[in-house]
Ligand binder design. Structure first.
Ligand code: ZN
Length: 211
């Protein structure tokens, strides 16, 4: 086993109990399984733990991009409740851009933690007016709305979009905030847990996200 356990919603230490895990701040939790350093072996364990929960990545990755972090929120022998992947790479004109995609059931709070917002789930902005950007999953356009971040950490430079895909929240977090312009091209997100042998080509590296 190469993945460590943590709380999906915060960086506090978790402790194992007879019936699961507890966060000092959030009580009983379904743990977040996350690698010390992102690599192929850890990703194999991630895919097993995630079960049917998809792990979305813009695929194929652009040249020079690599996966810097990933994780899933799952109880042992149960399907995952959330998955995320962070990848980063060069772009004009923003320099190094960091992208995190989160797919999660309502109430998990992992997307909100990545996004640096105070709420557990996206708010009333979802579905309010025309979408700000779209991504494409399985050939279908998924509308996403900009999530306001000014109520929370104003120094954390990021753009956050969220919407609904297959009955789950889909969050896209881009750093720096100006990198949101990259989304004007409709990105294709692929559940890479189903790629099979192509996964061998998945590049790992770069600095994991700060949260
Ligand atoms: Zn916590």
């Amino acid at each position: 086993m190469t993945l460590g356990v943590g709380c999906p919603r915060c960086a506090a230490a978790v402790t194992a109990t007879d019936d699961g895990w507890r966060c000092a701040d959030h009580g009983a939790i379904t743990p977040l399984w996350r690698p010390e350093t992102a690599d192929y072996v850890g990703f194999g364990e991630h895919v097993r733990r995630a079960g049917t929960m998809p792990t979305f990545v813009p695929w194929p990755l652009a040249p020079g991009w690599a996966v810097s972090d990933f994780g899933c929120v799952a109880a042992p022998d149960r399907d995952g409740r959330a998955c995320f992947v962070t990848c980063s790479g060069p772009s004009d004109p923003d320099g190094v851009v960091e992208l995190t995609v989160v797919s999660e059931e309502p109430g998990v709070g992992l997307g909100a933690r990545c996004a640096g917002v105070l709420r557990t789930d996206p708010g009333a902005e979802i579905g309010d007016g025309p979408p700000h950007v779209k991504v494409r999953i399985d050939g279908h356009p998924i509308p996403l709305w900009s999530v306001l971040t000014s109520e929370a950490d104003v120094d954390f430079d990021r753009s956050v979009f969220a919407g609904e895909a297959h009955g789950r929240w889909l969050w896209v977090v881009l750093r720096p905030a100006s990198a949101a312009l990259l989304l004007k091209d409709e990105w294709v997100l692929t559940d890479i847990s189903g790629l099979g042998p192509e996964l061998i080509d998945l590049p790992f590296g770069g600095t994991p996200p700060a949260w």
